[in-house]
Design a protein around this ligand. Sequence first.
Ligand code: SF4
Ligand code: SF4
Length: 377
Amino acid sequence: MPALSLLIKPASGNCNMRCRYCFYADELDNREIRSYGKMSVDTMHTIVDKAMEYGDYECTIAFQGGEPTLAGLDFYRDLVAYVTAHENPKKLKIHYALQTNGYLINEEWAAFLGENHFLVGVSLDGLKEIHDRYRLDAAGKGTYQRVISAIRLLEKHQVEYNILTVVTAATARNGQKIYNYFKKNHFGYQQYIECLDPIGEEPGQHEYSLTPEKYGEFLKSMFDAWYLDMRSGTYVYNRYFENLMMIMAGQQPESCNMRGVCGKQWVFEADGSVYPCDFYALDQWRLGNIQENSFEEMDEKRDELGFIQWSMRQQEDCQKCRWFGLCRNGCRRNREPVTAENTNRNYFCKSYQMFFEYAYPRLREIYQLYMAGRIRK
Ligand code: SF4
Ligand code: SF4
């Protein structure tokens, strides 16, 4: 069995910020119960008990939201104490992770995260003017300064962190600038995710909407900057490029949206309900509830719903495509509607084609330097 990966939403979809493009707020609007409140300590303990029985050798307990710090620091203190005191019969190695908007991170939080070796993802949309355009607090004010202060506190407490940037139309226009800004600030671990349009809407209708052309240009400009650094021996982690190199090396990419088939994920809402992916925390995809069901039962439900099986279906065009080996039609969320019989081509197909046509020879060059040990992490 692959390592167990749990994604827990201890404050449900509740958040202390009002990002204008939030995909999870849109998911909440598309299900019967918007918020499941705060996760009880009992539910958290049940997750740990059952995970330790079900898992094999390794388990990542990751927290996300909404905003997971709204569950309060005591919730996390209790969790770590409970895991530490647990009998852990199979001796699973436990990793902790937290994805945060940074708003509540203070000295106390940063010290806790550092002491307990949490890997922290901080959401920052590049430059101040871009970040503050969409990532607003509840009063409608930009949050850039607070996030930067949070990052400095994490650094002070030696917390391992990476930067998560949502690629909107505005981000896409400023790829090089963002790259240079991150470099100047020593943000060497970067992850970019495509901004999603609301479920069921014709894409491209919002000011922030990322169109395939814009995303293609973004990937190209990011690549140009990254290539120059990597070629001169300066290692910069870009999750997408890193995963492409894993594919070139014949390995399984760690990012499930690059495998061509959905991964086996366990997403826990605050009431203990479980879903197969963060993008599908919707009533029709509910696998069960950890208080009532075993992991095995919920896995059966996943099969019954065909969540992974449907994602395996590929478009004929894709199978003939020169880039299929690298692209694999991307994330299922961008291929909807996906059914038992059919799947769409990825909305960002054009972006991927633009990028591979432009960058492939140089991507290969970096891969070869990497394999020859001339680029070191
Ligand atoms: S929908 Fe995308 S992110 Fe979710 S499991 Fe499938 S490939 Fe992964
Ligand atoms: S580039 Fe387009 S056609 Fe080619 S594999 Fe990707 S999604 Fe399919």
